[in-house]
Design a binder for this molecule. Structure first.
Ligand code: ADP
Ligand code: MG
Length: 702
């Protein structure tokens, strides 16, 4: 079951909740997606979901009393729930009030010298800032949860009051609350960036019924084949084929591309784009659940589920960190007292400073926040990355392997020659008929050309079979027709020509008799060469794999500036070559258009599916999806990942170093509590600010 934990803002507590839920007898697995506030629980067989839900609710309210648990509904409910969340205004007022009281208190203590007034003022400042923390601490004490942040913070600050350091006591609480507020703000802000994507979710669609009337219905209730209309300026709610005239649309929400794109009549328009011209009429091609928008939302939602090792490391680390620091604090207080043989409040002081830095929250939150920032920044640029682990894989990679057709090339072929010329018409029609059910780019181009020349030729039903990486075999008028590359001809023992001209060849045979070939040529994408150049600048080796013949492969490889080209490959051979390459590489990225590439996408350390949200299998298998078909986006994804990786490292190293330094200085009595709390809150703030940098990436555009 999926649960929404509304109000969840402490990453460390989230992990604690997850652990306790996973330890329940009825639970097989529990996964926490902190950024989406989602807890996914896999029940054991025979578990009673209602009882379990109640148990989980209890656990949550014990660890985080402000968090409410609900069933994770659809995006809309989630959006509403987000709006309900209490805003931070009250907290700001409390912080300001407390700061004023504390300042006056300090003046009273040090300048006027009125001890009693100082105590009253500073105590008031303390309670204003931290009454809720104290309340929670007392509750936790009764539950036996002594290692809780609230409890430790309350202990440290109350201890400061006890040893007569009123100003420190108030300051610890005040700064702790400022730090907390700031973290909540940062988390909320990054969550809003998902919420921005949530705007994509359509509220309704205008369906035109048979009698011409237009009804507004919920997108879930629209079936494939229905006709919808989209007003100018409106977002397209469902994927559909354009029935009305050519129009232009803003695709920036999907692709990050700000230049409007033109859609032609008969072309499929993706949901999520904004209509910029006259009223659009679309025939819905698939229902909402399968639409582009629904898929994107699902992917982004689950993005933080694939955790990077650094994320797991830091949550594990946090589990040990707090107990260790607290144990050290106890020793620090007790040992000198044993040696001196008596209680002394002065000896307590360094131990209290220890408690101030015992909270691992800054660290725990800054790491997922960084990855999340990177993922969010990528999605703004039209790159959907499936998780922190993918970012890590991209950071490590040193080789990029491209598929040729549709990845480096347009995948839109032009027919350039038909041989023999005297038989051209028959070859073209027969080939187009055989390719009737194929979606391979080569097949599409032949069908397009045939339709342009002869109109509709697809009247009779045929049966056909696609032989992946080779071509098609079809039964037409009782005869067996083969259309495909040389490999296909060889397989069926048909001897064929070998044209010298560059380009892809579709040979054609009928009942074992060779009829001739169609030469088609593909254009390299305008940005391919630039993308390869940029990747090389980043220190990457580049490789191209293709099932096409050598002449065609070499031409494209040279134009794009690829280091090494492999041609004539079957889809499974592509996977094995990729594995070969992996042996000598630190990490291999594969980029393919997703048509029969799923095995290769899966085998790569990071697989990119290009050309948007086309094939289901590709999206499943890929680690990242590029919404348009710009190969430059691979370089952008690398840049974003590298930046994110750097930020994660900086945060871990910096936060650990500062905490360690403060611990040592406090132990030897150099750092006082002021230093400790400043260091702790300062580190949180810097780490969080640094993490938020990860989301800021704007690709340079030409
Ligand atoms: P790539 O994407 O690298 O070109 P594919 O495995 O998709 O590799 O296809 C390999 C080759 O097989 C193509 O270049 C083409 O010559 C041939 N081929 C595959 N499918 C078809 C088809 N439906 N019709 C004609 N030729 C095809
Ligand atoms: Mg292909």
């Amino acid at each position: 079951m999926d649960l929404l934990l509304n109000g969840l803002d402490c990453a460390h507590c989230a992990e604690k909740i997850r652990c306790e839920v996973e330890n329940l007898p009825d639970v097989e697995r529990a996964e926490m997606n902190f950024m989406a506030k989602k807890l996914t629980v896999t029940e054991k067989n025979g578990a009673d979901p209602e009882a379990l839900f109640e148990r989980i609710g209890k656990i949550v309210s014990e660890i985080e009393p402000d968090v409410s648990v609900t069933e994770f509904g659809k995006y809309l409910e989630k959006k509403e729930a987000d709006e309900e969340e209490p805003d931070g205004k009250v907290m700001i007022i409390r912080i300001i009030l407390s700061a004023i009281l504390a300042a006056v208190g300090i003046v009273a203590e040090h300048i006027i010298g009125n001890e009693a007034a100082a105590l009253v003022l500073l105590l008031a400042a303390y309670l204003t800032a931290g009454y809720d923390v104290l309340l929670l601490a007392v509750k936790n004490l009764f539950r036996g949860k002594m290692l809780d942040e609230h409890f430790l913070m309350a202990l440290a600050s109350a201890g400061a009051f006890a040893v007569g350091e009123y100003a420190e006591g108030a300051a610890v609480m005040l700064l702790y609350q400022i730090g907390e507020y700031f973290q909540d703000y940062a988390v909320e802000k990054s969550r809003k960036s998902i919420a921005g994507l949530m705007e994509l979710r359509p509220d309704s669609a205008s369906v035109r019924s048979a009698d011409g009337k237009i009804r507004r219905v919920s997108p879930e209730n629209v079936k494939a084949g229905d006709v919808i209309v989209v007003a100018p300026g409106e977002r397209v709610p469902l994927d559909g084929v354009l029935l009305s005239d050519d129009c232009s649309a803003d695709t920036s929400a999907l692709t990050g591309e700000s230049v409007p794109r033109t859609f032609r009549r008969g072309e499929e328009v993706m949901s999520g784009v904004i209509n910029l011209s006259a009223v659009m009429e679309l025939e819905v091609s698939r229902e909402y659940g399968q639409s582009t928008v629904a898929r994107i939302l699902e992917m982004v939602e689950n993005a933080s589920a694939r955790k990077a090792p650094a994320e797991s490391f830091i949550t594990k680390f946090a589990k040990f960190y707090t107990p260790c620091v607290v144990a050290a604090a106890v020793l620090l207080a007790v040992i000198p007292m044993i040696i001196d043989g008596g209680f002394s409040s002065e000896r307590l002081y360094p131990a209290l400073s220890f408690l101030v830095v015992s909270c691992p929250c800054a660290l725990v939150i800054s790491v997922p926040l960084s990855y999340f920032g990177g993922i969010g920044g990528a999605s703004k640029n039209g790159i959907l990355i499936k998780g922190g682990s993918v970012i890590d894989a991209l950071c490590k990679a040193d080789t990029v392997v491209f598929d040729k057709t549709g990845t480096l090339t347009e995948g839109v072929f032009e027919v350039t020659e038909i041989f023999p010329a005297e038989n051209a018409d028959r070859i073209l029609t027969l080939c187009a008929k055989a390719e009737r059910y194929s979606t391979h780019p080569a097949a599409l181009s032949v069908k397009r050309k045939a339709e342009e020349s002869f109109g509709d030729i697809f009247s009779d039903e045929i049966s056909s079979e696609e032989l992946s990486g080779m071509g098609v075999k079809a039964e037409i008028d009782g005869k067996t027709v083969l259309a495909g590359n040389k490999r296909l001809m060889d397989k069926f023992g048909v001897s064929c020509e070998n044209p010298e001209k560059a380009g892809t060849v579709i040979h054609l045979s009928e009942d074992g008799k060779y009829l001739g070939y169609i030469l088609i040529s593909d254009r390299i994408k305008p940005r391919s060469a630039e993308a390869v150049k940029r990747l090389k600048q980043l220190g990457m080796k580049t490789v191209m794999l293709t099932g096409d013949r050598e002449a065609a492969a070499r031409e494209i490889g040279e134009k794009a500036g690829i280091d090494k080209v492999y041609s004539g490959l079957m889809p499974d051979q592509k996977a094995s070559i990729l594995e070969e390459i992996q042996k000598d590489a630190k990490g291999v990225i594969f980029a393919g258009d997703g048509i029969n590439d799923a095995p290769v996408l899966m085998a790569a350390d990071a697989g990119f599916a290009m050309g948007g949200i086309g094939s289901d299998a590709a999206i499943e298998a890929a680690d990242a999806v590029i919404m348009d078909d710009d190969p430059m986006k691979i370089a952008h994804a690398m840049d974003i990942s590298a930046k994110t990786g750097r930020i994660v490292k900086q945060n871990i190293v910096f936060a650990l170093a500062v905490k360690l330094a403060v611990l040592i200085l406090a132990a030897v009595g150099i750092a006082n509590m002021w230093a400790a709390v400043f260091a702790d809150v300062g580190v949180s703030m810097l780490a969080v600010l640094n993490a938020m940098r990860a989301g800021r990436y704007k690709a340079a555009r030409q």
